[in-house]
Ligand binder design. Structure first.
Ligand SMILES: C[S@@+](CC[C@H](N)C(=O)[O-])C[C@H]1O[C@@H](n2cnc3c(N)ncnc32)[C@H](O)[C@@H]1O
Length: 213
């Protein structure tokens, strides 16, 4: 029903509203971008999962060789393409595809980013394993996600119910502890966990690919 089997329709439906929404805490966002820049190098190739309208790709493009943003929403990507032209950025590419697209080769990215999208994946272990495989040795995984499991059982049940009914895309119920355990299990070393905004519940996590034990 509704968005249960086709979450991309949810994002297509709200694309104009989403694109017009301002960043919650602009100062904190800029601080975060500056922090991420310190981890980037001009030769880096970066994959941004769930790039939406391309905000982070654009803001980091000046510090890297190439950004590839992927997303499931055709309409959000169309807005990203339009903004790319306005910003005159030649090193950003957008593709409507999945993280598991076989065209992405092993060890082909220096950095993988995922902002506010990992809570939409059912199997976080499979996602972390895939990202580990896509990263070059010592590559970085930078992400921020809603952790519904931190918000108490009632929030989890309400969002779970809405997702199950198909009113919103399905959302997982993960906690930071579970994310950190999954990172470790899938060959990552957490090197930074920072909360940039006092008005937000979310942390930005930066993890480095290490060889699996
Ligand atoms: C909350 S928005 C975040 C967009 C962007 N990362 C940002 O921070 O502005 C979530 C995005 O994830 C995308 N998305 C949802 N499920 C996805 C999936 N399985 N694979 C790739 N993108 C997905 C949505 O289309 C949407 O653009």
């Amino acid at each position: 029903m509704f968005f249960r089997k086709s979450p991309e329709k949810f994002w297509d439906l709200i694309s104009s509203f989403y694109a017009a929404s301002p960043i919650n805490d602009e100062t904190a966002y800029q601080t975060k971008i500056q922090k991420i820049e310190t981890y980037l190098a001009v030769e880096n190739i970066v994959l941004d999962i769930g790039c939406g309208t391309g905000t982070q790709c654009f803001d980091l493009a000046g510090h890297i060789k190439q950004a590839i943003g992927i997303d499931i929403s055709r309409k959000l990507l169309a807005i990203a393409e339009q903004r790319k032209v306005e910003r005159k950025l030649g090193n950003v590419e957008f593709i409507k595809t999945s993280l598991f697209d076989e065209r992405f080769k092993a060890e082909s990215f220096d950095v993988v980013m995922a902002f506010y999208v990992l809570h939409f994946f059912e199997d976080i272990d499979a996602v972390f394993k895939r990202i580990h495989g896509l990263l070059k040795p010592d590559g970085l995984f930078i992400f921020e996600t809603a952790c519904i499991g931190e918000h108490g059982k009632m929030t989890g049940r309400i969002l779970g119910g809405l997702g199950w009914l198909g009113f919103i895309p399905k959302i997982n119920n993960l906690t930071y502890r579970q994310l950190e355990l999954s990172l470790e299990k899938n060959g990552f070393n957490l090197i930074e966990k920072t909360k940039f905004s006092d008005s937000s519940e979310e942390y930005t996590l930066i993890a480095k690919k290490i060889l699996k034990k």
